[in-house]
Ligand binder design. Structure first.
Ligand code: ADP
Ligand code: MG
Length: 241
């Protein structure tokens, strides 16, 4: 579903942020990406839906090359759900309208269809009662669940998460992770940057460890937690577990 092949990226000529990154995410797989701050996790995940360009290598999503100038990027991005650390809901729109906007504008759904789908997804993340409120009236955890529902409203073929719980108060982390665990169990293909190793243990198929722009380790979950091969991954795990 996602093929990342020998990707190199420089932010400036003297600063290479990604070095020869290669990995694949197959349909229905959940891959957790972890590693120290500044190791390139966000950059890599942004390259997947072409929010960041890269100078060499290839990335395809469901067979479509994101770095091909002929690719219709808006169309591709509409099928790749993305959830960031900061919820980035539209503050001036009610929750239900946050869920309907792109369904109508990008997918051309009727207002009725968009609202029906939006309400179904709000119900699924436990927020049906909040539909008529504005984002600022919701807690951080609730806003992040809305952000996930909004991404799902576009019927994504994959979901990318970039530290979706790291800006939340601790007591709100699990309500967001629970939604993500459900999603994983339903077979969604997911690439998740997170340091929530409980989540990784529960649902990840594979764990990727990045350091200084390189994929240092790419292992089945049990192998990763059992005995990471690299010193760098071992050190990292010993700090966060
Ligand atoms: P992570 O998500 O693992 O913390 P990032 O991908 O955000 O890492 O960043 C990797 C490195 O690239 C960091 O050193 C960061 O400062 C740098 N960086 C990130 N975004 C930019 C940018 N737009 N321009 C220049 N440098 C950047
Ligand atoms: Mg990051």
């Amino acid at each position: 579903m996602i093929e990342i092949s020998h990707v190199n990226k420089w932010y400036t000529p003297s600063f290479q942020v990604l070095t020869d990154c290669t990995t694949n995410v197959t349909k229905g797989e959940v891959v957790v990406v972890c590693g120290p701050s500044g190791s390139g996790k966000s950059t890599l995940i942004k390259c997947v839906n072409a929010l960041e360009p890269f100078q060499s290598g290839d990335i395809s999503v469901d067979g479509t090359k994101v770095n091909d100038p002929k690719t219709n990027l808006p169309k591709l991005r509409s099928r790749v759900g993305m959830v960031f650390q900061h919820f980035e809901l539209f503050p001036h729109l009610k929750i239900i309208d946050n869920l309907c906007l792109a369904q109508q504008k990008v997918l051309g759904r009727s207002s009725d269809k968009a609202v029906t789908k939006g309400m179904m997804l709000l119900d699924r993340v436990g927020l049906k009662e909040q539909a008529q409120k504005f984002p600022a009236q919701l807690s951080g955890g609730q806003q992040q669940r809305v952000a996930i529902a909004r991404a799902l409203a576009m019927d994504p073929i994959v979901m990318l998460f970039d530290e979706p719980t790291s800006a939340l108060d601790p007591e709100m982390v699990s309500e967001v992770l629970d939604v993500m665990v459900d999603l994983a169990h339903e077979g969604m293909t997911m690439m998740v940057v997170t340091h929530e190793m409980g989540f990784a243990r529960k649902v990840a198929n594979r764990v990727i460890f990045m350091d200084r722009g390189e994929i240092v380790e790419d292992a089945a979950k049990d192998d990763f937690f059992g005995q990471p091969r690299s010193d760098r991954a071992q050190k990292f795990l010993s700090k966060i577990l």
